[in-house]
Ligand binder design. Structure first.
Ligand code: A3P
Ligand code: MG
Length: 425
């Protein structure tokens, strides 16, 4: 696999105009050359002893100006499969949870509070699923991903990174994030880098201390989905039913960002019900709710903050549109608006000091180069824990056989032993 080769900055972006000093890797800092390296403050979190000593760890800057260069190559994402999670969060290697978008009125008056007390089954968000569902999909679909035709090893996946779309969304928005840091565990196994999020202490505190209002508002987004989605192409939504957030339909896509081959999965809210709609992911629709917009300042804030998250989430898997329901303080949807992902960059151009898609994508690409370069030991029980807090650089620590190890034994066994006779050619 090519990530074992030494990093060569001139080999990347072959398809793009070379920008000399502005090539990838500008954000990297080597502590031996940089006296301003910040100590790695996550080292003490693990029960295991990290091998990396503070101050000996290279870091990656998240300063926006370092990533303002040409938009990197991002190949049109291709759906290679999908899976479903049922009402009890059980995995199925099929599209049984697919839902169909039913366009609401312009002023629908949906009551998002309805059913919160009696018709809501909330997923247990203290359960750490890590990458398990994606790994299950990979095991069930080995033949689709088999790299034996292109590489020497018949066991390796033909991708550099496997992760959740949501983790990539966090990476894309990092240069603009001012409140929430992240922890991403990375394991190199058979040449592929697996990225799985670890909840930060701050995020756990926030989850444990949500107000009742916040809990209810989290329900509103799912209730909006119920008002706008039908279970079949020719049926209507059923708002009298139960909202169960265990249920999910997830797409699995393959794409390439610069020289990084990616395989990731993300939940999809629904699809266009027209049988002549384009093939996935182009037929998918992302649903959102947001506070009603009454002033130019509120419109500007939507563009500057929310559209960044909405754009990043849908651009990654190639979902072309976001349908938003705007709600009042009582949780009633008073208006609707469709945002086409391809038009968002134009929409935000007139905002002062606004986010830029190219910064998001270049940062993500450079982070992946940084990971490839640093996470060198190919071992399923070794975790390189990358950590970031706003206004700091990305740093990492190394942990072996620790609480951070996330590749399950069944997956490692399946991918290394001869136990998968039905998958072998
Ligand atoms: P909204 O998107 O309307 O806010 P998604 O939009 O990603 O498909 O997520 C569906 C809903 O899950 C969200 O609806 C929101 O209600 C809830 N949700 C998702 N992520 C959340 C988060 N980090 N905090 C609170 N609620 C969240
Ligand atoms: Mg949504």
């Amino acid at each position: 696999m090519d990530q074992h080769r030494p990093h060569n900055p001139n080999s990347s972006y072959r398809r793009h105009r070379s920008e000399d000093k502005r090539e990838r890797g500008d954000g990297w800092r080597n502590p031996n050359e940089n006296k301003h390296l910040k100590p790695n403050h996550h080292q003490h979190q693990s029960g295991a002893t990290p091998e990396q000593k503070p101050l000996s760890c290279p870091s990656l800057s998240t300063r926006r100006e370092l990533y303002e260069r040409d938009f990197p190559l991002y190949k049109q994402p291709v759906e290679v499969g999908c899976f479903s999670l049922d009402a009890e969060r059980r995995f199925f290697n099929d599209s049984r949870q697919m839902r169909y978008f039913v366009e609401p009125d312009r002023n629908p008056n949906f009551d998002l509070r309805d059913g919160y007390k009696g018709r809501y089954v909330k997923r247990d968000d203290s359960v750490r699923e890590k990458l398990d569902h994606i790994l299950r999909w990979i095991v069930a679909n080995r033949s689709k991903l088999d790299s034996s035709a292109t590489t020497a090893s018949s066991r390796a996946l033909d991708v550099d990174f496997v992760t959740w779309r949501g983790h990539l969304t966090k990476l894309l928005t990092t240069p603009y994030e001012t409140r929430e840091g992240w922890l991403l565990a990375v394991t190199r196994f058979s040449g592929t880098l697996y990225i799985s999020e670890v909840e930060t202490e701050a995020a756990q505190r926030e989850r444990d201390n949500r107000t009742e209002r916040h809990e209810e508002m989290m329900y509103w987004g799912y209730k909006f989905e119920q008002y706008t989605c039908a279970d079949n192409p020719d049926s209507l939504p059923d708002p009298s039913g139960v909202v169960n957030t265990n249920e999910a339909f997830c797409t699995v896509v393959q794409t390439r960002l610069a020289d990084h081959r990616l395989l990731f999965s993300g939940e999809v809210d629904c699809r266009d019900k027209d049988p002549d709609a384009p093939a996935p992911p182009a037929c998918y629709v992302e649903l959102k709710t947001s506070a009603e917009i009454c002033t130019p300042k509120q419109r500007s804030n939507l563009h500057r903050f929310k559209l960044l998250k909405w754009w990043a989430q849908s651009f990654l898997p190639g979902v072309p549109r976001v349908v938003a329901g705007f709600r009042d303080h009582e949780g009633v949807v008073v208006s609707m608006e469709t945002f086409h992902i391809s038009k968002i960059s134009h929409l935000i151009k007139n905002e002062y000091n606004c986010w830029k898609p190219t910064v998001c994508m270049n940062f993500c690409s450079d982070f992946m180069s940084f990971v490839k370069h640093m996470a060198t030991e190919d071992n399923p029980s070794v975790v390189y824990l990358f950590s970031w807090e706003p206004r700091r650089d990305v740093t990492f620590s190394i942990h072996r056989d620790s609480q951070y190890s996330f590749l399950p034994h069944w997956y490692v066994k399946e991918m290394t032993s001869g136990g998968d006779s039905h998958h072998q050619s």
